[in-house]
Design a protein around this ligand. Structure first.
Ligand code: ZN
Length: 329
């Protein structure tokens, strides 16, 4: 066991705490000012949406276990002031190992997942992890997803999506949906890994915070995601009103929004498309607009032409209390 392994096995307290910045407003920060091209850029590529299970797909009793384990590594992350923390559990529920990314020490591939796996191998001589479950605050990057596959894990669970790390948090990462790899499990001679994203997502996202307004930070990248030039003159204005909100039996809040698109220009607009922000957020249901084959892009569901002064109504139900912002492309 080398000294670094010992360091990662035995948790230690680090002094300085970086402040977690206030809420990130994509319209006023990264998307509006950092993207030079108007629209869809490199990530996510159309059709690359994560195929990971979400908490809504998981039975309540199982989800409670995942949440408890996610909360544990988030607590470690906060107490050690490190973003990427991973843990490994035996199928009997025993916590075996943890690991975290210690700001690129001892080398730049020492990501939380790699450290947790290495720790377990050093401690218990494990070469393969059939039947073991891995938890991580941030979705595995391309390298770690490969390592998890080669290690034969049974389950992988994360809090914050890569898409959000890159596109909303402005955190340097490989722009890649890990499920693109996990879905190819048959080529690695392993069973299908149960892949669950977004467990305690809000809490995890909040811990990652935002680097969008911290361009000198080592983690910062200018996101190359779906971008919109909010300064562009919009011929079609979109006004939205929240018509109701409620909390369902599962303690999830929903809100319903009513939108009116008005042609404030002088010519008829035909087949307009709209980009919705934040990127990757979809309504539970929507009417009047229909999704195109491009991520976060919407078209009018009927009568796709709006004359000057005319209006078009749409509406949707979304989890949470915030509306989607729609911009004419
Ligand atoms: Zn990684």
């Amino acid at each position: 066991m080398n000294k670094f392994t010992s360091i990662f096995v035995i948790l230690f307290v680090l002094g300085a705490v970086f402040a977690c910045d206030s809420d990130y407003d994509p319209v006023n920060t990264a998307f509006g000012t950092k993207c030079t091209a108007q629209h869809h850029s490199t990530f996510p590529a159309p059709g690359s949406r994560s195929t990971a299970l979400t908490p809504n797909d998981i039975p309540a009793a199982e989800l409670a276990v995942h949440e408890e384990r996610m909360r544990y590594i988030l607590d470690i992350a906060r107490s050690k002031n490190r973003k990427f923390v991973s843990s490994i559990y035996h199928s009997n529920g025993t916590l075996m190992c943890i690991g975290f990314n210690d700001l690129g020490k001892p080398n730049l591939i020492s990501h939380g997942e790699i450290m947790a796996i290495t720790n377990c191998t050093n401690l218990y001589g494990l070469a393969a992890y059939d039947g073991y479950d891995l938890y991580t605050t941030g979705e595995p990057c391309a390298m770690c997803a490969g390592a998890i596959m080669w290690s034969h894990f049974r389950t992988v669970v994360w809090g914050t999506y890569n898409h959000d790390l890159v596109c909303k948090i402005c955190m340097s990462n490989i722009p890649f949906e890990s499920t693109a790899l996990f879905d190819t499990y048959e080529t690695v001679k392993i069973n299908k890994i149960r892949v669950i994203g977004g467990v305690l997502q809000q809490e995890s996202d909040a811990w990652f915070g935002t680097y969008c307004d911290r361009p000198t930070n080592i983690f910062y990248i200018a996101p190359k995601c779906n971008c919109v030039n909010v300064n562009k003159t919009q011929t079609l204005s979109v006004n939205q009103t929240r018509t109701s909100s409620w909390i369902d039996g599962g303690n999830t809040q929903y809100s319903q929004w009513s939108g009116v698109i008005t042609n404030i220009g002088t010519t008829t607009v035909t087949f307009p498309n709209f980009l919705s922000l934040p990127s990757g957020v979809a309504p539970q249901s929507i009417w009047g607009l229909s999704r195109t084959s491009v991520d976060d892009q919407w078209a009018l569901a009927w009568n796709p032409s709006i004359a000057p002064g005319a209006t078009f109504n749409f509406g949707y139900i979304i989890s949470g209390n915030d509306k989607l912002n729609f911009y004419q492309e």
